[in-house]
Write a new protein. Structure first.
Length: 354
């Protein structure tokens, strides 16, 4: 019988394995932070990690939540799209404001984290009548709205761009130069080339353009040539980081080299996931995706994203699609930047549909 599992295909029972011990008093590796991965068993631990300005492993600290709620002003009974559900932090706050009677449609492209987030939110008491979850790229926002019957759009749309801390901190995803891991970088691991495959195919001009456009890398051409010279031989995050370090060391200080490594990772990740293409598609659909008087807020994390949001909102104001837009970009408070350094680059803009 096709697809049915017989006794012989069933996985053999796994022998019990002891948790590997880590050296020293503080676990450094993501997998060793077993207490942070099971916060319900270790009360107080998450607060302790947060007090030290860090993000507990397997979690994400939501950014500018008060400001997001203020500009979106969600009201009971309203329909909200959270286009980037992530850990579900903003979604919880938005849901609390639209109760009773409101519904939140949460989207995310990440098939690994999304079921964990949905399970967490369901356990926290958000039932199917008020929380709808769909795994999809927000480039398909209108299709997702149609699928749940929101033909005339939503009252609120929110997007918090980029990666969650769960994605960044997991070495197996290959997003960070801080840990050795496969050079993957795909948010949706069922589609598209990995970063290693992308690097094998990109031309030198394309590499230089991506480094410059996606991360404002000042040494884009030199680094593009260095990446080209190691074509086909970069399989891990360490291979990529070492290629950049070797191209720059001796000419720059350690901090500057590290900043370049960070920018190269960011630029390639944005290209691999076509993040700017998805953002353009979202911005194009917003006028239709919002009901009259509906509000949108977008949190962005680098200049290429913010520029696109700013221009789309200004063009919408000029053509009277939007009745009002943010005059200035909003930034996290000094206190938030101190308590969550990952919030530092955040920029928030909003618009209200005419
Ligand atoms: C910064 S996190 C969101 C965190 C969330 N606001 C919270 O409070 O937990 C960004 C999330 O958006 C998702 N994402 C990024 N680009 C996306 C896209 N084009 N379509 C759908 N999801 C996307 C990522 O997979 C990630 O889970």
């Amino acid at each position: 019988m096709m697809g049915a599992m017989t006794e012989s295909d069933a996985p053999a029972p796994q022998p019990h394995r002891r948790r590997p011990r880590y050296r020293g008093t503080h676990p450094r590796r993501f997998e060793e932070k077993y207490k942070e991965h099971a916060p319900e068993l270790y009360p107080g631990l998450v607060e302790h990690v947060r007090e030290r300005g860090m993000t507990p492993a397997g979690q994400h600290v939501s950014i500018m939540t008060d400001e997001v709620l203020e500009v979106l002003a969600p009201r009971p009974g309203e329909r909200v799209v959270d286009a980037t559900l992530g850990f579900g932090g903003h979604a919880r706050s938005l849901l609390a404001r639209v109760r009773p009677g409101g519904v939140l449609l949460g989207l995310d492209t990440d098939a690994l984290e999304l079921p964990r987030t949905e399970e967490r939110l369901r356990k926290a008491g958000f039932g199917a009548e008020e929380l709808l979850v769909r795994r999809t790229n927000f480039a398909g926002l209108r299709a997702a709205q149609y699928e749940v019957g929101w033909v005339e759009g939503a009252d609120v749309v929110f997007a918090d761009l980029g990666l969650s801390s769960m994605q960044i901190d997991d070495p197996a995803r290959g997003f960070t130069f801080k840990f050795e891991g496969p050079l993957d970088m795909r948010m949706n691991r069922s589609r598209g080339p990995t970063a290693a495959e992308w690097l094998e195919r990109a031309t030198v001009d394309e590499l230089a353009c991506v480094l410059s456009e996606n991360a404002d890398e000042p040494r884009a051409e030199r680094l593009a040539r260095a990446l080209d010279a190691r074509r086909g031989r970069m399989k891990t995050t360490r291979d990529l980081a070492e290629t950049v370090q070797a191209a720059l060391s001796g000419r720059l200080g350690d901090d500057e080299v590290e900043s370049s490594v960070r920018r190269v990772f960011q630029a390639i990740r944005i290209a691999v996931n076509d993040e700017l293409g998805a953002l353009d598609a979202l911005l194009r659909q917003l006028p239709e995706a919002l009901r009259s008087g509906g509000r949108v807020a977008i949190l962005s994390f680098h200049s290429g994203e913010d520029r696109r949001v700013k221009h789309a909102f200004r063009a919408g104001l000029d053509s009277a699609v939007y009745a009002e837009i943010s005059d200035e970009v909003l930034r996290p408070s000094a206190a938030e930047r101190r308590s969550n350094p990952r919030s530092a680059p955040a920029k928030l803009r909003w618009a209200r549909r005419a």
